[in-house]
Design a protein around this ligand. Structure first.
Ligand SMILES: Cc1ncc(C[n+]2csc(CCOP(=O)(O)OP(=O)(O)O)c2C)c(N)n1
Length: 644
């Protein structure tokens, strides 16, 4: 479906075109840009509310600054749709997040206007500061470097590390704090309170009003009282802010708060800031979902709503005649509450993903025992470790990709301290439309090399429940090992998923199917592809054995001995990187034990897999049903063509 841009937007093929417009035309550009985003996302899906909230910022930044020479760094990047549309990608925007299409995030390879590739949060200040320092070293003293960071992303340690460095330099850095009081869920923590405080001016504005009143009454001033007040206010502001403003204390000049949805004022202020050297921060207040009623009202739901009817605001969901399998995240969320009802020591931790991980189910049911700690994966891990030292049974739920940020904490604060923290790694494996920044590709490899770590992955909902049940039992909790359970984004395979909870013996796999020709070993839900493949291969006369190994650490050694004694051809399948992953673990076992079967490993190759539907990406990597069938055939020296 072709989405037609408005009259002005249709002529903006680059920011140069935008800069040719008269200032009075900018409100219309904003309207058209907003409408274009609504039209596109309603049909093609994607992130939504965040981009609507920064329409004015996107227009103002490209209008005032000399992009791409001036460097714009969008934090996270889920809000950069306006930026993409203004920078030559309007006519291709319908391909956003689809296989072979535009990335949903800024990406250096995609455009010279994307100064830095993003997806994970809170990197903008450090990267923009790096650019600013490089510009100074290269004598580009006029170049501007702008980090646009949300109040959610500002809660992360990295943002503070960047500010701490920036404030001690004279770098040409402008940080725009896009404060909409939201992360995906409502923003949390003391910083949020602080931002609300300076916005509602408990300190500075109250003082300013008092001065205003006092001087206003002194009508015998020769000049107008207002002029005097302005001067006094400026002096007071500097004095008060130095002492009480967090950003000023860190050496950044603080400006604002201003209405970030007021295009006129925004362009004025940005123009002024251009001529103020050194590190500075502009505090903009914006509304997430601005301009689309339902998105303003329910900002969490409209963070990434999927396709919707833009007239009625109805989010379109597929309707099925029969009960469907649940999302793995919901099995996690509901099972956690079920377990916590019986085990009072259980607590839950999420770094800013209550809805995404379904930890919100426990937060609602047991608000004292479930914690959203903000976008702070490192803290989430060590905070969990702290609770574990005192005997709490901690389920720390972090998306696989974001766990990369908490790695040292897993090593140093959990495993070296022999603490039985339970890590539930959601979105493990290829996640789909979010692409390479979000694929949970590496966790098996990076967790597997740490001592004191159990690593498991369920093939279905029942297994997930049983692994969670096992992890909180004394057999684990009185021990010295952390327990990782990785599971993917999306739905499982069992409509009737509320099965009785049963212990799984740690380090044991399951034989799913007997066979004699070849053994396929799987970890996690990719096992279901093998089940399907076996049905087809059986009909072709291949007698395939299938083992769901369940644990990559410890491996089921008895099972592996049985496999290597009986099969000279083995295939491993995993939704994870091949380097150092599950297949590597099986190979290591084989070599260490002196077996010499032929092994073929299927999984994510040593390359960045781009975005697309998970099924498309699994196919590309060759570990969907069709890929597995092909591998079996070629392994068995058959050249029959693939038909699934
Ligand atoms: C390191 C990391 N953790 C978690 C996320 C998931 N995430 C994406 S957007 C978002 C909220 C960001 O909030 P904010 O910066 O305020 O931007 P807004 O959506 O409100 O514009 C979160 C938690 C992420 N991208 N990166």
């Amino acid at each position: 479906m072709l989405i037609t841009p408005g009259k002005l937007l249709a002529k903006i093929d680059s920011p140069e075109d935008l800069r040719k417009l008269d200032r009075t035309q900018l409100p219309q550009v904003c309207n058209e840009l907003r409408q274009f985003i609504i039209d596109n996302v309603s049909v093609y899906g994607g992130h939504f509310g965040a981009s609507l909230g920064v329409v004015e910022l996107s227009v103002a930044l490209h209008y005032v600054f000399n992009t791409p020479d001036d460097q714009l760094v969008w934090d996270v990047g889920h809000q950069a749709y306006g930026h993409k549309i203004l920078t030559g990608r309007r006519d291709n925007f319908h391909s956003n997040r689809t296989y072979g299409g535009l990335s949903g995030f800024p990406k250096r390879k995609e455009s010279i206007y994307d100064a830095f590739g993003v997806g994970h949060s809170s990197t903008s200040i450090s990267s923009a500061l790096g650019m600013a320092v490089a510009s100074a070293l290269q004598n580009h003293h006029d170049r501007q470097h702008i980090a646009i960071i949300g109040d959610g992303a500002m809660t992360a340690g990295m943002a503070f590390e960047g500010m701490n460095h920036a404030g001690a330099t004279d770098s040409n850095l402008l940080i725009i704090l896009n404060d909409n009081c939201m992360a995906i869920d409502p923003n949390v923590g003391a910083l949020k309170e602080y931002l609300t405080d300076i916005t509602t001016s408990q300190t500075y504005n109250k003082f300013r009003d008092e001065v205003w009143n006092m001087l206003g009454k002194m009508s015998n001033f020769g000049k107008s009282a207002q002029e005097v007040v302005s001067k006094v206010e400026a002096v007071m502001k500097t004095a008060i802010l130095r002492q009480s403003n967090l950003f000023e204390s860190l050496g950044l000049r603080y400006f604002g708060p201003i209405d970030g949805n007021d295009i006129g004022h925004l362009t004025e202020v940005l123009k002024d800031l251009k001529s103020i050297p050194g590190p500075k921060l502009l505090h903009c207040l914006t509304v997430k979902g601005k301009g689309y009623g339902p998105a303003e009202k329910d900002q969490t739901k409209w963070h990434a709503p999927g396709v919707f009817d833009k007239i009625t605001g109805e989010i379109k969901k597929k309707v099925y005649d029969t009960p469907q399998p649940p999302k793995y995240q919901d099995v996690f969320g509901n099972t956690l509450v079920e377990l916590a009802e019986k085990n009072p020591k259980i607590v839950g931790v999420t770094p800013a993903m209550p809805s995404g991980s379904s930890m919100n189910i426990m937060m609602k049911a047991m608000p004292d025992r479930a914690f959203d700690v903000g976008i702070a994966e490192q803290h989430a891990v060590t905070f969990s470790a702290g609770m574990a030292t005192r005997g709490e049974v901690v389920f720390c739920n972090i998306y696989s990709t974001f766990m990369q940020r908490g790695y040292d904490q897993v090593v140093h604060d959990v495993c070296m301290q022999e603490l039985p923290v339970i890590f539930c790694l959601d979105r493990a494996g290829l996640v789909g439309a979010d692409g390479p920044t979000h694929h949970g590709a590496y966790d098996i490899a990076f967790m597997r090399c740490i001592p004191n770590m159990i690593i498991s992955s369920p093939m279905n909902e029942q297994e997930l429940r049983n692994l969670m049940y096992t992890a909180q039992l004394d057999i684990v909790q009185k021990g010295t090992q952390a327990f990782t359970i990785r599971y993917p984004r999306g739905n499982g395979v069992m409509p009737q998923w509320q099965t009785p909870l049963e212990e799984i013996k740690i380090g044991t796999g399951r034989k799913i199917k007997n066979g004699t020709d070849i053994a396929i070993l799987t970890l996690g839900p990719v096992g279901n592809y093998v089940t399907d493949a076996c049905d087809i291969l059986d009909k072709e006369g291949f007698d395939v054995a299938h083992y769901d190994m369940r644990f990559v650490k410890p491996l089921d050694e008895n099972m592996l001995h049985e496999i290597f004694r009986n099969f000279d051809r083995v295939i491993t399948v995993e939704d994870g990187c091949l380097q150092g992953g599950f297949g590597s673990a099986v190979l290591e076992f084989m070599v260490d034990q002196g077996y010499n079967s032929k092994i073929k490993r299927l999984g994510i190759p040593d390359a960045l897999v781009e975005h697309g539907e998970p099924s498309e990406l699994h196919h590309e990597c060759g570990f969907d049903t069709e890929g597995i069938i092909s591998s079996v055939r070629s392994f068995m020296h058959t050249s029959a063509s693939v038909r699934v």
